[in-house]
Design a protein around this ligand. Structure first.
Ligand code: DP6
Length: 328
């Protein structure tokens, strides 16, 4: 009873920030993302009749108690669905630096949902996998699919309609991401806590909820019309609204550093020079810039003038989560 799967991280153009149900991990808003190529998490799950407890090996080392508990709770969902009670060994590795601000929980739980359900004898379709992955991490529901992906907020109390759907295949639009690493330090306040503070204390949270459907509808049509300036403009607007929530929380949560801000200024400057490039930022100080393939070199040249950038990872649009046999 074992299976191996890989899944890619994703970057949200319209952010998931806030929950309507914590236990089932239901989002308060829909979101739209792009799945990345090149970077992936590979996870093997082996259910073993003779083990006393679940065990997680992460990037070659035994994981922390906290990480193991999170994975164990997730495996409990799979065990209940499959009607089994044996423990599992989970071996997971990222081919990109963990803690690099690349939403490794998205690719981790998407690959764990696929490998875990398969190893338990469940043959889930993409929608069921997305619903399962969401229980581990909201953004993981999107990493089940490749290309352009929309996470549906859903209305049902049981969460069965809070799943992701694919908007377009990766080949639909050739774009590049530059993931700009400004620090390799672990962030202090993760997304789960950050969004909970925003829900409870930001006076702007109700406005964020009210405007979310409009942002989703406009982004979906910008993508389907391949309207790059509209997509970029809306992506920045939505990102800044999310950060306005964290800044207006009590106490405030500030995810950026001085290099983050220098990169934003440079991107604005490049646009004045008629180079179309747009940024987004998640719950950390790294900047993700999106552009057309022809502009990558000029943008990188500009970025290289900023002191303090640790690394720039260039990538394109990636495929859905898949079992390793499908990988070739
Ligand atoms: C800022 O999916 O990490 O990256 O469901 O609590 O695990 P949990 O949150 P998570 O949040 C991602 C937040 C974000 C925006 C996004 O990816 O949509």
């Amino acid at each position: 009873m074992n299976a191996t799967a890989i899944a890619h991280p994703n970057i949200a153009l319209i952010k998931y920030w806030g929950k309507r149900d914590k236990k089932l991990n239901l989002p308060a808003v829909g979101s739209i993302s792009i799945t990345l190529d090149d970077l992936f998490t590979e996870t093997t799950v082996s259910f073993k009749g003779d083990s006393e407890s679940d065990c997680l090996i992460l990037n070659g080392r035994r994981a922390s108690r906290q990480q193991e508990n999170r994975v164990s709770n997730f495996l409990n969902i799979i065990r209940r669905k499959a009607n089994i009670d044996c423990r599992a060994e989970v071996v997971s590795r990222n081919n990109f630096p963990t803690g690099a601000g690349l939403a490794s929980s998205a690719s981790a739980f998407a690959s764990l949902a696929l490998a875990g359900s398969q190893a338990a004898g469940l043959s889930f379709g993409p929608s069921q996998l997305s619903e399962l992955a969401r229980r581990g991490s909201g953004s993981a529901a999107r990493s089940i699919f490749g290309g352009f992906v929309e996470m549906i907020k859903g209305e049902k109390a049981d969460g069965s309609d809070a799943v992701a759907v694919q908007l377009a295949e990766p080949v639909f639009w050739e774009l590049n991401w530059l993931v700009i690493i400004t620090t390799e330090e672990e962030k202090k306040i993760g997304s789960t806590d950050g969004m909970s503070f925003s829900e409870k204390t930001s006076p702007y949270y109700p406005v964020w909820i009210d405007e979310s459907k409009k942002d989703i509808d406009e982004m979906r049509s910008a993508i389907l019309n391949r309207d790059f300036p509209k997509m970029g403009d809306l992506m920045e607007f939505n990102c800044m609204k999310m950060h306005a929530l964290t800044l207006s929380s009590r106490p405030p949560v500030f995810y950026w550093n001085e290099v983050t801000l220098a990169i934003i200024h440079l991107i604005q400057e490049l646009r004045l020079q008629k180079i179309p490039v747009y940024y987004t930022i998640d719950a950390g100080p790294q900047v993700k810039a999106i552009c057309r393939p022809n502009d990558v070199d000029r943008i990188k040249e500009g970025l290289e003038t900023i002191p303090g950038i640790k690394k720039i990872i260039k990538t394109g649009l990636g495929q859905s989560a898949r079992l390793i046999e499908d990988r070739k």
